[in-house]
Design a protein around this ligand. Structure first.
Ligand SMILES: Nc1ncnc2c1ncn2[C@@H]1O[C@H](COP(=O)(O)OP(=O)(O)OP(=O)(O)O)[C@@H](O)[C@H]1O
Ligand SMILES: [Mg+2]
Length: 329
């Protein structure tokens, strides 16, 4: 267990593994597995935003998708309000989908180009039978459009008639249609201009305040994650290496990988920026199909010792709420 759980916990992920089989040959023999997510545990409290960062390919999307069961996890538990999503089936599963929604990185690819914006937002209302009659259906779509800063008259337009930012607003409106409690946001603004990014982030923050939403927020941009998250988890090669409150993590990073990530954030002061020490990691991240023995970061770690190859370090609480998986800390 990495973090304390209580009645305030909305999501508790326990020892989650998402391994993709590697197959070869005519009979698709199993020759190994890509360990995209390996033994990950964390919690998110109601109304909290947990940021998730880590370089490309470390397993963020795999984790997000296996939490919402878009991919069936290899093992582990995903307790949402105490219920294990991995074990749910049929009607119970559908009911749960109302409470957990997913926002995709590419708002264009995830919207059906043949449907009007109104029908895209309205589809979940129909699936879950949430409105009674045509008038109520239209009124709810207008309400949702307004909620995300779009105009109700836009309901008859098609996705290609919107800008990228507007399309992401449609994706958010669709997710909100079922009045969810948890939103899993997988790089929701990475495909957008910086100015539009800020608008969408502000919208997500407003919505959180208004509806008491809980977010798992995945992003590449560390400054953005710092801004929006209460706590941040750092992932490397399928594993969490550090979890702490946002300000604590950014002002006092402990894991050598987190330190390297932080040292790549540009500083606003040009003099400080020139004089600072940058930690440049050697080599590429190893393949998740063949993770190194012991700590997965050891081959690139500037402070690794022989013992680092011996065992996988556990997330340890080094100060209240600050967890690090490193024997050198
Ligand atoms: N459907 C899949 N089948 C097999 N392997 C996959 C699949 N999806 C992802 N992978 C592999 O799992 C690993 C983690 O990928 P994932 O997309 O979860 O990373 P990510 O952290 O989201 O990266 P990015 O920041 O680029 O979005 C990668 O090695 C990837 O090649
Ligand atoms: Mg991804």
């Amino acid at each position: 267990m990495t973090q304390p759980t209580d009645a305030n916990t909305l999501l508790e992920v326990k020892n989650l593994q998402m391994h993709y089989p590697i197959t070869a040959g005519l009979f698709a023999r199993n020759t190994g597995a890509v360990k995209a997510v390996d033994d990950v545990s964390f919690t998110i409290a109601r109304g909290e935003t947990l940021g998730l960062v880590g370089e490309s390919g470390c397993g963020k999307t795999s984790m997000a998708r296996s939490i919402v069961q878009l991919y069936k996890p290899t093992s582990g538990e995903v307790l949402f309000d105490g219920e294990d999503l991995v074990k749910l089936k049929g009607g119970k599963m559908r009911a749960m989908y109302r409470r957990v929604q997913f926002i995709f990185q590419d708002p264009y690819g995830s919207l059906d180009p043949r449907m009007t914006c109104g029908d895209i937002i309205g589809e979940p209302l129909k699936v879950h039978k949430l409105t009674n009659g045509k008038d109520a259906y239209r009124a709810r779509i207008a309400e949702l459009l307004t909620l995300v800063g779009l105009n109700p008259y836009m309901a008859n337009r098609f996705p290609h008639e919107f800008s990228g930012g507007q399309r992401q607003r449609i994706g958010i409106a669709r997710a909100l249609a079922v009045e969810p409690e948890l939103l899993i946001c997988d790089e929701p603004v990475s495909a957008l201009d910086v100015s539009v990014q800020a608008q969408i982030i502000n919208l997500l923050e407003e919505l959180q305040e208004k509806f008491g939403l809980t977010y798992l927020f995945i992003a590449h941009d560390l400054s953005l994650v710092r801004h929006i998250s209460h706590r941040v988890a750092v992932m490397y090669l399928g594993r969490l290496v550090e979890v702490a409150e946002s300000d604590e993590l950014f002002s006092n990073p402990q894991h050598p990988y987190t330190k390297a990530l932080m040292s790549a954030i540009p500083l606003p002061d040009p003099i400080e920026e020139i004089n600072r020490e940058r930690i440049v990691l050697q080599g590429e991240p190893p393949s998740p199909a063949k993770p190194p023995p012991g700590c997965v970061f050891n081959p690139r770690c500037p402070i690794a010792i022989e013992d680092c190859k011996a065992a996988i370090p556990e997330l340890r609480e080094i100060s209240p709420g600050h967890f690090v998986a490193c024997i050198r800390v």
